[in-house]
Design a binder for this molecule. Structure first.
Ligand code: PEP
Length: 253
């Protein structure tokens, strides 16, 4: 019933030519690959490549996504990119509240909530990231941290709106470190997130929401992680920069 989603977060990597080459490779690999019918692929390149990505996606089996969006609607916000702009490029998904944005750019749960509102007003699915840092896990506070991020970032939404949202659980200690959460650790938090959503919106609604895992996911560990009942896909960083690896992860369902 839930969509399986594999989303690639390119972060601040690739020149335009390299980006075109990666998308080209991805399209070729996709043409020669059979994915499970309910698997959706999302490609999130840097802003300058979104138009190109969106155009290419028309002839392929992936959807374009952005890595960030402004929490403001429009106006004098130098350097920002609005949800309306993304919508005008037919961007389908947008990552919000990635731990790097929280850590380096001061993004708070309130900013996340505002960005989610902007996106939903423009028919773009937010991919809302949550997850604890290493110290919080060592202190046994992972559930408390994730609960706060989910509550503050999402619980102002209506039941109708929440089903448009994708959640990504990304333990910060696993992002770009090569350290992956064990399948059991991922399942524990994913089930917890679903239980929070069920408490707020009812079990039927919670069952419709895709919850992705992110953090050093690669072809060698994706199958085991995706086999967990509450893991509905992955948000992929490093491994999304290589078409074969990204595709191998998408095939892990
Ligand atoms: C990410 O940044 O969302 C991520 C999961 O990165 P990586 O796969 O490189 O750990």
């Amino acid at each position: 019933m839930r969509k399986h989603i594999v989303a690639g977060n390119w972060k601040m990597n690739k020149t335009f030519e390299e980006a075109e080459e990666l998308i080209d490779n991805l399209m070729t690999t996709l043409e020669n690959t059979e994915l499970a019918p309910d698997t959706l692929m999302v490609v999130c390149p840097p802003f300058p490549y979104l138009e190109m990505c969106s155009e290419y996606s028309e002839d392929s089996y992936f959807l374009p996504g952005a890595q960030n969006v402004s929490d403001q609607e429009s106006g004098a916000y130098t350097g920002e990119v609005s949800a309306a702009m993304l919508q005008s490029l037919e961007i389908a998904y947008c990552i919000v509240g990635h731990s790097e944005r929280r850590a380096y750019y001061g993004e708070t749960d309130a900013t996340v909530a505002a960005k989610v509102d902007r996106l939903l007003a423009h028919d773009i699915h937010p991919i809302v990231c949550c997850g604890e840092v290493l110290q919080e896990r060592e202190d046994g506070r992972q559930l408390e941290v994730v609960e706060r991020q989910i509550r503050e970032g999402l619980f102002h939404l209506s039941a109708e709106q929440i089903t448009e949202v994708v959640v990504a659980y990304e333990p910060v200690w696993a992002i770009g470190t090569g350290k992956t959460a064990t399948p059991a650790q991922a399942q524990e938090i994913h089930a917890y997130i679903r239980s929070l959503l069920a408490k707020q919106y009812g079990a039927e609604m919670a069952d419709k929401i895709s919850i992705l895992y992110g953090g050093s996911c690669k072809p060698s560990n994706a199958r085991e992680i995706f086999a967990q009942p509450d893991v509905d896909g992955g948000l992929i960083g490093g491994a999304a920069l290589n078409a074969e690896d990204f595709m191998a992860i998408a095939k892990a369902f």
